[in-house]
Design a protein around this ligand. Structure first.
Ligand SMILES: [Mg+2]
Length: 141
């Protein structure tokens, strides 16, 4: 008797976060945006891999996420690299993912036809900011 195992595709999308102005303040990246930690925890619970990318480069992204205690949730750090159309190219590590959700404060250069959450640019510490709480509501429990 043979057992056939179907290939299980991930039911949850990969998420890809911008750093400056999205997860942390764009002034000096010292302030984590409210609900960033809760959002990362919810995505881990949902089984969604978390990626982070930045035009400031991989070391910058990693340093900032480590500073705020979130780096261990991240499966991939990536550069934002412009493609021929001027938009950021999808990170190579995500090339075989059908379903990616981007979160960005400047979504105009995200890959075309991508799922995205636009957040208002997080400019400086603001404990009343709720943009990531709104995104958090989109994560299935
Ligand atoms: Mg940004």
């Amino acid at each position: 008797m043979t057992h056939r195992r179907s290939i299980v595709r991930p039911a949850t999308p990969a998420w890809c976060f911008d750093v400056d102005g999205t997860l942390v303040d764009s002034f000096d990246a010292q302030h984590l945006r409210p609900f960033a930690t809760e959002l990362f925890h919810a995505l881990r619970q949902a089984g969604s891999p978390i990626h982070v990318w930045s035009a400031g480069g991989i070391p910058h992204a990693r340093t900032v996420l480590e500073r705020h205690g979130l780096a261990h949730h991240v499966v991939g750090f990536h550069d934002k690299t412009p493609g021929p159309d001027g938009r950021w190219e999808r990170p190579a590590e995500l090339s075989d993912h059908d379903d990616i959700v981007y979160v960005d404060d400047q979504p105009d250069r995200l890959p075309a036809d991508s799922r995205q959450h636009r957040v208002f640019p997080y400019l400086h510490a603001n404990p009343h900011d709720r943009d990531l709480a709104v995104v958090l509501k989109e994560v299935p429990e």
